[in-house]
Design a protein around this ligand. Sequence first.
Ligand code: AHR
Length: 369
Amino acid sequence: MKKLLALLLSLVMVLCLAACGGTAADSGDAGDAADDTSAGDAADAGDTADDAGDAASGDLITVGFAQVGHESDWRTASTKSAQDVFSEANGYELKFVDCDNDSATQLEAVRTFVQEEVDYIIIDPIVSTGWDTVLTECEDAGIPVIVIDRTIDDSDKYVSWVGSDFLVEGQACGEWLKAYAAAKGIEELNILVIEGSVGASATIGRTDGFKEIADREGWTILDSQSGDFTEAGGQEVMESYCQSYEGQFNVVICQNDNEAAGAMTAMDTAGVTYGVGGDVILVSFDANRPYVQMVLDGKLNANFECNPMAAPTVSEIIQQLEAGETPEKEVYVTESWFVAEDDVTSITVNGEEQECIVVTQEVVDNRPY
Ligand code: AHR
C-alpha cells in the first residue's frame, strides 16, 4: 500500500512539473530549481535590457571607422572630427578602431565591422592598394563603404571618397617655391624631401606633384626618404641628411607638420638655421594651428594645408544614402596655402590662380584645428 501511495505521489509530481514546463532534472533538487529560476530570470533580464538597449539605439546609425592610427597632429584632428560628428547625440553609434599604421590590422577591422553588421563603414586607407577583396566582402554584405582622406587605387567598390587633392598640394608647394626663390633671387635650389608613409596616397601625390615642378624647373632633389609622417621619423631622417649633405642643401620639404618639428630639432642640433632669414627654406604640409603659428613666427616659410575635417561631409553622404539618394563619388575638401612673407601672395597651379595667405595672428587664431 505504501509503495502504491509513493508511486501515485511521484506520478502527481511528474504531471504537475510537466504542466509547469519543468524537466525531470529540474525536479531533482529544489535548490537547483531555484538557481535555474534565478539564472533564467537574470538571462531574461539581460535579454530585456538588451532589447531595451536595442530599442533605445533603434534609431542610431552604426558606423565603423577604420582609422589609420595616431601618428600625427593631423590624425588627432581627424579622429576628433569623426568622434564629434558620429556621436549618439547626432544619431550615430561609432565603432572606432585605431589601426596603428598597420595594414593587416586595418583589413581585420573592416572584416570585424562586416561581422558586426554595422550600417556603414568608413575607411581611411593606410595604403592605396590591396583593397578589392575586402571591399567585395563589404559589398556582398550590403554595407556601404565611404573612403576618407587617402585614396584607394585598386578598387572602386565604395560609395564615395572625401579628401584632399594630394597631387595639387605637391604642385602648389613647387609653384610657391619657384616664385619665392625668384622673389629672393635664389638661383640654385638643392632640395631634401622628407616623405610621408610609404604607399600612402598622401605621400605619393605630394611627392609626384612636387617632383613634377622640380623636374620642369631643373632643381636638384638631393634625397627623398620616408619619415613615416611622425616627429621621430622626421628627426631621424633629417639627422642623417645633416651628416650626408652638410653644407649642400638650401631647401627642406617635410610632407607633414610632425616631420617638420623633428627636422627642426635635428637642424638645431646640427647648427643649421631655417625659416625666414635662415640657411634653409623649410616647408611643411597639414597646417595644424601650432604649425601655422610657426609660419607666423618665421620658423616655417610655408605650410600647405591638408584638411582633416571630412566627417561632416561623410555624415551628409550617409544621410543622402538613408534618404535613398546617390551621393557624389568624389568630394574634395577645401584647402589653403599659408606663407610667412608677402613676396608671393598668389601662385598659378594647373592654370588656376590660387591665393597664398600671409599669416597673421588672426589667421592662426581662426584655424579650426
Ligand atoms: O593622409 C593625411 C596625412 O596623414 C597627413 O598629412 C599626415 O599628417 C597624416 O599622418
